[in-house]
Design a protein around this ligand. Structure first.
Ligand SMILES: Cc1ncc(COP(=O)(O)O)c(C=O)c1O
Length: 329
């Protein structure tokens, strides 16, 4: 529980298992992977030989045959599954078969979906992988921090990689807060939250698709939606900034095979954990989709009055669902 955050946790995995220059196979950043899975600009892609798989152009999903071919050709010592903008269930058993075939250590980076796994809304990697890496501040809804879980045989190497390999003193305040978060994650209420997050995401996806939004992979199995705005004729950054002004927080994001640059990409990524934590039900997702549709249209035409009008509607609805633990403004 001591890695300071998700990126240092992943770096500890490299330190435990690899030497500089060794090969790591991970999902490429623009396809939905994380920087620390061997992407070039990250230390992991600078000091190690990063080889990257993606998603199929026609399905928007990982193709395990492609992953197997790459693994057989490149013989990585480490394979990462999981990512940062992956709207679909991860086939841990399928990745495990490939890792076994090439003798690689398999890491499931479940930073995004840890809360869904804890709440029973996504299959667990535990029976299949050697190491699980996760942050504690996404769907798990805890403090900023991270955890590494592994089979007993790897525990010592990982412990030593975190301390003294990478870090100094423990952040005990974070460890205590992670303990609280994990206790919450073991409650029936949390199971309900995890399942509602997925229901809300699926419903929001359906409502957006009806309004002509192009969902990568056609929908979602988890908490996030990745949307290609090319057909809406609005860059992701322009849309995200307009949505932000309307009180709707998303982030601009690359989409698979994005012709635009990562700092000015074609897509946006939306998550439902915050809405769900406020208790907003699936029946309100049509309203949310309608706001997003109006604001994205307004971003294209520069119609700031629509953005302002939506902001007032967002505030009115949110006032009825105050954020847990925060005083009502
Ligand atoms: C899959 C995945 N792994 C690792 C990280 C890194 O976590 P952190 O931002 O805490 O370093 C992130 C998040 O940003 C992530 O999405």
């Amino acid at each position: 529980m001591q890695p300071y955050s998700g990126s240092p946790a992943n770096l500890a995995v490299y330190l435990a298992f690899l030497k500089p220059g060794d090969t790591v196979l991970g999902m490429s950043l623009p396809m939905g992977g994380h920087l620390t899975h061997g992407w070039g600009v990250s230390a992991t892609g600078t000091w190690f030989n990063g080889v990257q798989y993606g998603v199929r152009r026609d399905t928007g999903r990982v193709d395990l045959d492609e992953v197997r071919d790459l693994a057989l050709a490149e013989r990585p010592k480490l394979i990462f599954c999981g990512g940062t903008a992956v709207p679909r269930e991860i086939d841990f058993a399928g990745f495990a078969e490939i890792a076994r075939e090439v003798g690689a250590v398999l890491v499931a980076d479940v930073a995004h979906i840890a809360g869904l796994i804890a709440g029973g809304a996504h299959p667990s990697p535990a029976p299949h992988v050697d190491v699980v890496s996760t942050t504690t501040h996404k769907t798990l809804r805890g403090p900023r921090g991270a955890m590494l879980l592994s089979r007993a045989e790897h525990a010592r190497a990982l412990d030593r990689a975190v301390f003294p390999g990478l870090q100094g003193g423990p952040h005990n305040q974070t460890t205590a807060a992670i303990g609280v978060a994990l206790r919450e994650a073991a409650t029936p209420d949390f199971r309900t939250y995890a399942h509602d997050v997925v229901t809300n995401a699926r419903t929001l996806g359906e409502e957006l698709a009806v309004r002509g939004f192009d969902l990568v992979s056609g929908g979602t199995d988890n908490h996030l939606l990745l949307i290609d705005l090319t057909n809406k004729d609005v860059p992701g950054k322009t849309a995200a900034k307009a949505l932000d002004r309307a009180g709707i927080v998303v982030n601009y994001n690359t989409v698979p095979y994005d012709p635009r640059k990562p700092f000015d990409p074609s897509g946006i990524r939306i998550g439902t954990p915050a809405l769900t934590s406020r208790g907003i039900p699936a029946s309100e997702m049509a309203t949310v989709a309608n706001w997003i549709d109006r604001v994205v249209g307004a971003a294209r035409t520069g119609d700031e009055s629509t953005v302002t009008a939506v902001r007032a509607e967002v505030k009115a609805l949110m006032d009825g669902y105050p954020a847990p633990g925060l005083p009502v403004a």
